[in-house]
Design a binder for this molecule. Structure first.
Ligand SMILES: [Zn+2]
Length: 94
């Protein structure tokens, strides 16, 4: 089950131009994260399979634009094990 954001996109009929940010990453230990920021919202929707404990969760948090020097795009805390999952910026794509 990893379809919360997918159904959000369907429900709101979002197209790529409605999205300020959208990413789908695989993490260590079969972890997975999908994140979506919708234009006009200051919220980041995050769907996570925790790389530490394997728990599935869906959380929203404030969408903060990170500084240029930051290595990370965003961080999310697993509600289950409370470990911080850091999502790095992708390099070289402009
Ligand atoms: Zn966890």
């Amino acid at each position: 089950m990893f379809d919360k954001i997918q159904s959000l996109i369907k429900e709101k009929k979002l197209t790529p131009t409605d999205c300020a940010y959208h990413t789908l990453r695989t993490l260590e230990n079969n972890g997975k994260v999908r994140a979506l920021a919708i234009k006009g919202e200051d919220k980041l929707h995050i769907e996570l399979i925790c790389p530490f404990c394997g728990a599935y969760s869906y959380v929203t948090q404030e969408w903060i634009k990170v500084s240029k020097g930051s290595k990370f795009r965003f961080r999310v805390k697993c509600p289950k094990c409370e470990k911080l999952v850091k999502i790095t910026k992708l390099k070289g794509k402009k």
